[in-house]
Design a protein around this ligand. Structure first.
Ligand SMILES: [Zn+2]
Ligand SMILES: [Zn+2]
Length: 211
Protein backbone atom coordinates (compact mmCIF):
# COMPACT_ATOMS: atom_id res chain seq x y z
CA UNK A 1 0.00 0.00 0.00
CA UNK A 2 1.20 3.49 -0.68
CA UNK A 3 0.73 6.59 -2.67
CA UNK A 4 1.28 4.96 -6.00
CA UNK A 5 -1.32 2.34 -5.38
CA UNK A 6 -3.77 5.18 -5.22
CA UNK A 7 -2.24 6.68 -8.33
CA UNK A 8 -2.49 3.33 -10.06
CA UNK A 9 -6.17 3.24 -9.24
CA UNK A 10 -6.52 6.69 -10.78
CA UNK A 11 -4.73 5.47 -13.87
CA UNK A 12 -6.93 2.40 -14.18
CA UNK A 13 -9.95 4.65 -14.18
CA UNK A 14 -8.29 7.17 -16.49
CA UNK A 15 -10.97 6.70 -19.14
CA UNK A 16 -13.43 8.07 -16.60
CA UNK A 17 -11.10 10.24 -14.45
CA UNK A 18 -12.06 11.17 -10.91
CA UNK A 19 -11.64 14.34 -8.85
CA UNK A 20 -8.71 13.88 -6.40
CA UNK A 21 -10.77 15.63 -3.71
CA UNK A 22 -14.33 14.31 -3.95
CA UNK A 23 -13.93 11.46 -6.44
CA UNK A 24 -16.56 12.94 -8.76
CA UNK A 25 -16.37 11.79 -12.36
CA UNK A 26 -14.64 14.26 -14.65
CA UNK A 27 -14.14 14.85 -18.32
CA UNK A 28 -11.38 12.33 -19.12
CA UNK A 29 -9.91 14.73 -21.66
CA UNK A 30 -9.00 17.24 -18.93
CA UNK A 31 -5.70 18.76 -20.05
CA UNK A 32 -5.06 21.57 -17.65
CA UNK A 33 -6.00 23.03 -14.28
CA UNK A 34 -9.74 23.15 -13.70
CA UNK A 35 -12.22 23.60 -10.86
CA UNK A 36 -14.19 20.48 -10.01
CA UNK A 37 -17.85 21.09 -10.91
CA UNK A 38 -18.87 18.95 -7.97
CA UNK A 39 -16.72 20.17 -5.02
CA UNK A 40 -15.31 23.42 -6.43
CA UNK A 41 -11.69 22.54 -5.60
CA UNK A 42 -8.85 22.98 -8.09
CA UNK A 43 -7.72 19.92 -10.00
CA UNK A 44 -4.24 19.84 -11.52
CA UNK A 45 -3.07 17.67 -14.39
CA UNK A 46 0.39 16.16 -14.09
CA UNK A 47 2.37 13.29 -15.55
CA UNK A 48 3.10 10.53 -13.07
CA UNK A 49 6.91 10.88 -12.85
CA UNK A 50 7.40 7.10 -12.72
CA UNK A 51 4.62 5.71 -14.86
CA UNK A 52 4.58 8.53 -17.40
CA UNK A 53 0.80 8.69 -17.59
CA UNK A 54 -1.53 11.59 -16.96
CA UNK A 55 -2.88 11.91 -13.41
CA UNK A 56 -5.28 14.34 -11.73
CA UNK A 57 -4.07 15.70 -8.41
CA UNK A 58 -4.49 18.44 -5.81
CA UNK A 59 -2.45 21.67 -5.78
CA UNK A 60 0.01 20.46 -3.10
CA UNK A 61 0.52 17.10 -4.78
CA UNK A 62 1.07 18.78 -8.16
CA UNK A 63 3.84 20.97 -6.72
CA UNK A 64 5.45 18.02 -4.96
CA UNK A 65 5.33 15.94 -8.15
CA UNK A 66 7.07 18.79 -9.98
CA UNK A 67 9.96 18.50 -7.50
CA UNK A 68 10.15 14.72 -8.02
CA UNK A 69 10.54 15.33 -11.76
CA UNK A 70 12.90 18.28 -11.31
CA UNK A 71 15.28 16.42 -8.99
CA UNK A 72 14.94 13.09 -10.77
CA UNK A 73 13.87 10.97 -7.80
CA UNK A 74 13.59 7.31 -8.71
CA UNK A 75 10.55 5.15 -8.09
CA UNK A 76 12.66 2.83 -5.91
CA UNK A 77 13.80 5.77 -3.78
CA UNK A 78 10.24 7.03 -3.52
CA UNK A 79 8.77 3.69 -2.53
CA UNK A 80 11.45 3.06 0.13
CA UNK A 81 10.91 6.44 1.79
CA UNK A 82 7.11 6.24 1.51
CA UNK A 83 7.29 2.89 3.28
CA UNK A 84 9.40 4.35 6.10
CA UNK A 85 7.04 7.29 6.53
CA UNK A 86 3.93 5.17 6.44
CA UNK A 87 5.46 3.18 9.30
CA UNK A 88 6.49 6.32 11.25
CA UNK A 89 3.24 8.18 10.72
CA UNK A 90 1.09 5.05 10.98
CA UNK A 91 -0.71 5.91 7.77
CA UNK A 92 -1.08 3.85 4.63
CA UNK A 93 -0.47 6.79 2.30
CA UNK A 94 1.93 9.52 3.46
CA UNK A 95 1.56 12.92 1.80
CA UNK A 96 3.66 13.26 -1.34
CA UNK A 97 5.14 16.50 0.06
CA UNK A 98 6.34 14.64 3.18
CA UNK A 99 7.96 11.92 1.10
CA UNK A 100 9.59 14.58 -1.07
CA UNK A 101 11.01 16.50 1.95
CA UNK A 102 12.28 13.29 3.41
CA UNK A 103 14.08 12.29 0.19
CA UNK A 104 15.54 15.79 -0.04
CA UNK A 105 16.82 15.41 3.55
CA UNK A 106 18.49 12.09 2.73
CA UNK A 107 20.07 13.47 -0.41
CA UNK A 108 21.31 16.48 1.54
CA UNK A 109 23.10 14.26 4.07
CA UNK A 110 24.67 12.42 1.17
CA UNK A 111 25.88 15.64 -0.47
CA UNK A 112 27.35 16.89 2.83
CA UNK A 113 29.29 13.64 3.18
CA UNK A 114 30.67 14.09 -0.31
CA UNK A 115 31.17 17.85 0.26
CA UNK A 116 29.14 18.36 -2.89
CA UNK A 117 28.04 21.91 -2.13
CA UNK A 118 26.49 22.49 -5.52
CA UNK A 119 24.22 19.51 -5.08
CA UNK A 120 23.33 20.67 -1.55
CA UNK A 121 22.62 24.15 -2.87
CA UNK A 122 20.24 22.83 -5.51
CA UNK A 123 18.41 20.62 -3.01
CA UNK A 124 17.93 23.53 -0.58
CA UNK A 125 16.77 25.76 -3.40
CA UNK A 126 14.14 23.30 -4.62
CA UNK A 127 13.03 22.68 -1.05
CA UNK A 128 12.70 26.43 -0.41
CA UNK A 129 10.73 26.89 -3.61
CA UNK A 130 8.36 24.07 -2.71
CA UNK A 131 7.81 25.48 0.80
CA UNK A 132 7.18 28.91 -0.72
CA UNK A 133 4.64 27.53 -3.18
CA UNK A 134 2.92 25.59 -0.40
CA UNK A 135 2.63 28.88 1.51
CA UNK A 136 5.08 27.81 4.25
CA UNK A 137 8.09 29.48 5.78
CA UNK A 138 11.01 29.00 3.41
CA UNK A 139 13.50 31.76 4.21
CA UNK A 140 15.89 29.77 6.41
CA UNK A 141 16.10 27.04 3.76
CA UNK A 142 16.72 29.57 0.99
CA UNK A 143 19.52 31.08 3.11
CA UNK A 144 21.12 27.65 3.43
CA UNK A 145 21.05 27.37 -0.35
CA UNK A 146 22.98 30.66 -0.65
CA UNK A 147 25.46 29.47 2.00
CA UNK A 148 26.16 26.27 0.09
CA UNK A 149 26.91 28.34 -3.01
CA UNK A 150 29.50 30.27 -1.00
CA UNK A 151 30.96 27.06 0.48
CA UNK A 152 31.30 25.83 -3.07
CA UNK A 153 33.31 28.94 -4.00
CA UNK A 154 35.50 28.51 -0.92
CA UNK A 155 36.16 24.90 -1.89
CA UNK A 156 37.14 26.08 -5.37
CA UNK A 157 39.52 28.68 -3.95
CA UNK A 158 37.37 31.60 -5.14
CA UNK A 159 37.62 34.55 -2.68
CA UNK A 160 35.15 37.00 -4.12
CA UNK A 161 31.53 36.82 -5.16
CA UNK A 162 29.29 39.23 -7.00
CA UNK A 163 25.58 39.60 -6.35
CA UNK A 164 23.37 39.16 -9.39
CA UNK A 165 19.67 40.02 -9.19
CA UNK A 166 16.92 38.37 -11.21
CA UNK A 167 16.83 41.24 -13.71
CA UNK A 168 13.76 43.35 -14.46
CA UNK A 169 11.43 41.19 -12.39
CA UNK A 170 13.46 41.77 -9.23
CA UNK A 171 12.29 44.29 -6.63
CA UNK A 172 14.00 47.60 -5.81
CA UNK A 173 15.57 46.17 -2.62
CA UNK A 174 17.21 43.38 -4.60
CA UNK A 175 18.16 45.67 -7.46
CA UNK A 176 20.06 47.95 -5.10
CA UNK A 177 22.38 45.00 -4.36
CA UNK A 178 23.03 44.15 -7.99
CA UNK A 179 26.73 44.11 -8.87
CA UNK A 180 27.92 44.33 -5.26
CA UNK A 181 31.20 42.48 -4.80
CA UNK A 182 32.04 40.86 -1.47
CA UNK A 183 34.67 38.60 0.00
CA UNK A 184 33.19 35.13 0.30
CA UNK A 185 33.92 35.02 4.06
CA UNK A 186 32.30 38.44 4.44
CA UNK A 187 29.25 37.25 2.50
CA UNK A 188 28.94 34.16 4.70
CA UNK A 189 28.83 36.40 7.76
CA UNK A 190 26.62 39.21 6.48
CA UNK A 191 24.33 37.06 4.29
CA UNK A 192 23.03 40.00 2.20
CA UNK A 193 21.06 37.60 -0.01
CA UNK A 194 18.48 36.18 -0.06
CA UNK A 195 16.76 39.44 0.83
CA UNK A 196 14.45 38.85 3.79
CA UNK A 197 11.91 41.54 2.88
CA UNK A 198 12.08 40.99 -0.88
CA UNK A 199 8.93 42.46 -2.41
CA UNK A 200 8.56 39.35 -4.54
CA UNK A 201 8.71 37.34 -1.29
CA UNK A 202 10.97 34.73 -2.87
CA UNK A 203 14.28 36.48 -3.51
CA UNK A 204 15.98 35.14 -6.62
CA UNK A 205 19.29 36.97 -6.18
CA UNK A 206 22.37 34.81 -6.49
CA UNK A 207 26.15 34.92 -6.23
CA UNK A 208 28.45 34.75 -9.19
CA UNK A 209 32.10 33.77 -8.73
CA UNK A 210 34.42 36.76 -9.13
CA UNK A 211 37.85 35.64 -10.23
ZN1 LIG B 1 -14.37 17.39 -6.63
ZN1 LIG C 1 13.57 41.29 -4.11
Amino acid sequence: MGLFDKLKKDIQTASNANCPHCNALLDPALQRKKKCASCGKDIYVRTDPFKRVKILVSHDDALSIDVISMLGFTEKEYRAVAKELSHDFKTATPFIRDVVSSIIGKRQLDSFKRKDWQQAKMLYWEQARLLHQLGKDFFGVLQKSAKCELYHYQAMGIDKAEILTAGETSCSKCQSLNGEILNVTEALEAMPIPVKDCENRFCRCLYLPKT
